[in-house]
Write a protein that binds this ligand. Structure first.
Ligand code: HEM
Length: 415
C-alpha cells in the first residue's frame, strides 16, 4: 500500500477558506502529488487532481454522491432532495428528465429569448450613465429562462426573484452574511416554486405541456411517484438558478474581450471562433472549483487505499489548468481548442464524464449557447467603453467574479 501524503493533522478548513480555488492544486504542487489527505469541515477527506483522478472520480461503481456535498452547499446552492445527491436508478430517471429538456429546439428557443431580452436591455442602457454587466445579464438570463420554462413572472417581481437566484450562487462558497442571505433566498425561492408546482397540478394555472414547469411538476420518479412539491421546486430551481449563473461567465467573457482586443476584433464578424473563445473562458474562469463524493466500498487505486465512506474531493480548478493536459495553461488561448486533445476528464468547467450516466452538468449546451449569444451581443449589437475600475479577480473568493462586476458606459445599440 502506498502512503497518501497528509496535509496537516489538524483542520485545513481555515486554509481552504483563505485560499479558495487554489487550495488543492497548491498542495498537489507542494507535495508533488495528485492525491493527499486533509481534514476538511471536520472530516477526513482525500483530495484528487488531474485527468486520471477524474476518471476514477467518475467511476459510479466506486463512489456515491449520497451525503457527499457539504451541508453548507446543500442549504444554499443545491437544495434538499435534488438530482445532485441521487445515485443509481433514481439518478438516471431524474437525470433523463433534465436531459430531455435540453433538446436542440430548447437551446435555440432559450437563446432567441435571451437575444430579445438583450435587445430590450441595450435599448435601456443607452440612457444610463453606466451599466454593471454582471447583474444586468443575470436579469436578462432570468427573464429568458422563466419564459422558456413557462414560469409566470410579473415585471415588478422579476428583479427580486432574480436577486434570490443570484444570492444562492454567490453565497454558495461564502460564510456569515453571504451564507445566510443565500439560505434565506433558497427558502423564499422554494416556497414560490412549490406553490407554482401545486398550482400546475391543481390546474389553477395553465402551462403548455412541453414547458419545463409542466414537465417537472408531472415528472414521476423511479417508483412511479410524483415528486413532492418541495423536491419539484428544488429541480425547477436547478434550471433557473444556473441559467442566471451563466451571467458570471458572461462577465468573464467581457473581461477577456477587454484584455484581448484582438479577440474582440476577430469575433465581431467571425462565427468560427465563437465556440473556442467561450470554451477558453469556461476553462480559465471556471467558478465551480471542487466536487465531492464518497467511497462506496474499500478499494485500492495505484496502490493507494480508499476506505468505505471516506469523502473525496476532485479539483476542477487544478485539472482545468494541469500542464500535463494543457499547453501553457495560464495563458488565455482559444486556439488551443483547435489544437490540443481535450476530453471529458481533462476539461471540467461543469464536471466531467458522461452526461447521462454521471453527474456531469446537463446545462453545458445552454451555457455555451448563451455565452456565444452574449459575445455576439457585446461585439456586434452594441458599442460601449470600459471606464477605469477594479477588474482584478480574487482567486481566494468562492465563487470568483471580477471585483467591479464589469462596468460599461456610453452604450450605443448597433442596428
Ligand atoms: C451539475 C456547473 C449551468 C443544471 C453541475 C456540476 C457542475 C456544474 C460543476 C456538477 C457536476 C458533477 O457533480 O459531476 C455549472 C456551471 C454552469 C452551469 C459553472 C454555468 C454557469 C447549468 C445550467 C443548468 C444546469 C444552465 C440547467 C439549465 C445542472 C444540474 C446539475 C448540474 C441539474 C446536476 C446534474 C446531476 O447531478 O446529475 N453543474 N452548471 N447547470 N448542473 Fe450545472
Amino acid at each position: 500500500m502506498v502512503y497518501i501524503p497528509l496535509d496537516s493533522s489538524r483542520e485545513s478548513s481555515v486554509a481552504l477558506l483563505r485560499e479558495g480555488n487554489t487550495f488543492i492544486s497548491t498542495r498537489c504542487e507542494r507535495y508533488d502529488t495528485d492525491i493527499f489527505r486533509a481534514r476538511l469541515m471536520l472530516e477526513k477527506t482525500i483530495c484528487l487532481r488531474g485527468e486520471a483522478a477524474a476518471r476514477l472520480f467518475y467511476d459510479e461503481e466506486r463512489f456515491t454522491r449520497e451525503g457527499a456535498a457539504p451541508g453548507l452547499l446543500v442549504k444554499t446552492l443545491f437544495g434538499v432532495g435534488g438530482v445532485q445527491g441521487l445515485d443509481g436508478e433514481a439518478h438516471q430517471v431524474r437525470k433523463r428528465m433534465f436531459l430531455e429538456l435540453m433538446s436542440d429546439a430548447d437551446i435555440d428557443e432559450l437563446t432567441r429569448f435571451a437575444a430579445e431580452h438583450w435587445q430590450q436591455a441595450i435599448g435601456g442602457w443607452q440612457r444610463q450613465k453606466q451599466v454593471t454587466l454582471h447583474p444586468a445579464v443575470q436579469l436578462i438570463h432570468f427573464r429568458a429562462v422563466c419564459r422558456w420554462a413557462g414560469v409566470p413572472i410579473d415585471a415588478d417581481e422579476a428583479e427580486t426573484r432574480c436577486a434570490d437566484q443570484a444570492a444562492m450562487i454567490d453565497g454558495a462558497g461564502g460564510i456569515a452574511i453571504r451564507h445566510w442571505q443565500a439560505r434565506r433566498a433558497r427558502k423564499r425561492s422554494e416556497t414560490w416554486m412549490a406553490e407554482l408546482v401545486e398550482q400546475v397540478r391543481s390546474n389553477r394555472i395553465q402551462v403548455d405541456e412541453d414547458r419545463a414547469l409542466f414537465r417537472v411538476s408531472w415528472h414521476r420518479d423511479a417508483q412511479g411517484e410524483l415528486l413532492t412539491p418541495q423536491v419539484a421546486a428544488v429541480e425547477m430551481l436547478n434550471l433557473l438558478r444556473p441559467t442566471v449563473a451563466i451571467a458570471r461567465f458572461v462577465a468573464f467573457a467581457a473581461l477577456a474581450l477587454h484584455e484581448h482586443p484582438t479577440w474582440y476584433e476577430t469575433l465581431r464578424d467571425n462565427d468560427t471562433w465563437l465556440e473556442p473563445f467561450v470554451q477558453e473562458v469556461r476553462r480559465v474562469y471556471g467558478f465551480f472549483p471542487f466536487l465531492a463524493a464518497r467511497v462506496r466500498d474499500d478499494f485500492e487505486w495505484n496502490g493507494y487505499h480508499f476506505s468505505k465512506g471516506r469523502r473525496v474531493m476532485l479539483d476542477l480548478y487544478g485539472t482545468n489548468r494541469d500542464p500535463r493536459s494543457w499547453e501553457r495553461p495560464e495563458a488565455f488561448r482559444p486556439e488551443r481548442f483547435e489544437q490540443e486533445s481535450i476530453n471529458a476528464y481533462n476539461f471540467l468547467p461543469q464536471g466531467g464524464g458522461d452526461h447521462a450516466v454521471n453527474h456531469r452538468c446537463p446545462g453545458e449546451w445552454f451555457t455555451i449557447a448563451l455565452m456565444k449569444e452574449a459575445v455576439r451581443q457585446l461585439t456586434r449589437h452594441m458599442t460601449y467603453s470600459v471606464p477605469p475600475q477594479d477588474l482584478s479577480v480574487d482567486w481566494s473568493r468562492l465563487p470568483i467574479i471580477p471585483e467591479s462586476r464589469f462596468i460599461i458606459e456610453s452604450v450605443r445599440p448597433v442596428i
